[in-house]
Design a binder for this molecule. Structure first.
Ligand code: DGL
Length: 295
C-alpha cells in the first residue's frame, strides 16, 4: 500500500515522505479518536493525518492487557510501514495498558493522552472524577498521573462499559443513554467532584448528555486538547512541523468502512473516504512478569 500521494512543488516532484511532510498516525478502536482529530484540525491544521480505527475489535475497554498490547503492536507496525512521523494514541485504554511496552519496542515517537489530561485536571481542581473504560479505570493510570502532578488531589474513577457501544451504535440521544449516564455519574456527584476528566476519547461525543446531569460548577477536561498541544511541542523539538499544505486525511478501519464513514459524518461534517486495512501479522510475545502482573 502506498504511504500517500506525491506532491508537486516548484515544478519538481517532491515525495510526501520527506520527514516533516509525513503524516501523523492517530488511532483508536473507533470514532473516539475523532475527538483528537478535531483538535488536530484546530491546533495543527497544516499536519497530514493517517487515522486508523480498529472497528473489527472494538470495544477495547473490556479486553485484557495482553490483547490490547497485541492490537497496539499490530497497529504501530502498520503505521511504521506507512512511514508516519509520530503516533498519537487517541485511545486511553491503549495508553493505560500498552504504552510502556510499545514505547520500548518501536523507534517512533508515541504520544498519549493520560499525562497531558491529568496535568490539565490537576490545574483545574482538587476533587477529580474520571469516567473511563473499565480497563482504564481499573489500571489506575489517571489517579496515578493526577497525583504525580498534585499529590493532594483526590481522584475517583468510574468504569462506564456501556458508553462506547452506545456511541458506536449512534445512540447518543437515546433516553437510555441519559439514564445510564446518570447511574455512572452518581458516585462522582456524591463525592462533590469539581473537575471531570473524559478518560475515554469517545466520551466528549456525549457532552450534550453529560452536561444535562453535571452541575455547572464542574469543569470538564478533554485530554484531546492537551495531547495535541503536547504533540505540537514534540514536533517543534524534533523539527518536524509541516510547513506546507496538508494532504487530505487518510482513514483506515479494520471493520466495515461504510459503517464508519456513515457514523463519522456527524463529527467530520463531510463523508470521509475510508479504506479497509489488513493489519500485519505480528507474532505475540509473552509479556514480562512485571507487565502481566500489572493487569
Ligand atoms: N476510545 C478508547 C479509549 O479512549 C477506546 C474505547 C473502547 O473501545 O472501549 O479508551
Amino acid at each position: 500500500m502506498s504511504s500517500g500521494p506525491e506532491l508537486f512543488r516548484s515544478g519538481s516532484l517532491v515525495s510526501a515522505r520527506e520527514p516533516h511532510q509525513a503524516r501523523i498516525g492517530v488511532f483508536d478502536s473507533g470514532v473516539g479518536g475523532l475527538t483528537v482529530l478535531r483538535e488536530l484540525y484546530r491546533q495543527l491544521p497544516q499536519e497530514s493525518i493517517l487515522y486508523f480505527a480498529d472497528t473489527a475489535r472494538l470495544p477495547y475497554g473490556t479486553r485484557s492487557r495482553a490483547e490490547i498490547v497485541q492490537f497496539v503492536r499490530e497497529i504501530l507496525t502498520w503505521m511504521a510501514q506507512q512511514q508516519v512521523k509520530m503516533v498519537i494514541m487517541a485511545c486511553n485504554t491503549s495508553a493505560a495498558l500498552a504504552l510502556d511496552v510499545v514505547r520500548a519496542e518501536f523507534d517512533l515517537p508515541v504520544i498519549d493522552l493520560i499525562l497531558p489530561g491529568a496535568k490539565a485536571a490537576a490545574q483545574e481542581g482538587d476533587r477529580v472524577g474520571v469516567i473511563a473504560t473499565p480497563a482504564t479505570a481499573a489500571s489506575n493510570a489517571y489517579r496515578q498521573a493526577v497525583q504525580e502532578v498534585k499529590p493532594t488531589a483526590e481522584v475517583w474513577q468510574v468504569g462506564c462499559p456501556e458508553f462506547v457501544p452506545l456511541i458506536e451504535h449512534n445512540r447518543i440521544h437515546d433516553p437510555y443513554t441519559l439514564e445510564i449516564a446518570k447511574e455512572y455519574l452518581q458516585p462522582l456527584l456524591e463525592q462533590e467532584i469539581d473537575t471531570l476528566i473524559y478518560g475515554c476519547t469517545h466520551y466528549p461525543h456525549l457532552a450534550p448528555v453529560l452536561r444535562k446531569i453535571l452541575p455547572r460548577s464542574v469543569k470538564l477536561v478533554d485530554p484531546a486538547k492537551h495531547v495535541v498541544a503536547a504533540a505540537a511541542q514534540e514536533l517543534d523539538l524534533m523539527g518536524l512541523r509541516n510547513l506546507h499544505a496538508p494532504l487530505p486525511t487518510r482513514f483506515g478501519v479494520s471493520g466495515n468502512s461504510e459503517q464508519f464513514a456513515q457514523l463519522s459524518i456527524q463529527w467530520l461534517g463531510c463523508t470521509p473516504l475510508v479504506e479497509t486495512v489488513q493489519l500485519p501479522t505480528v507474532s505475540p510475545q509473552p509479556l514480562s512478569v512485571e507487565d502481566s502482573a500489572a493487569c
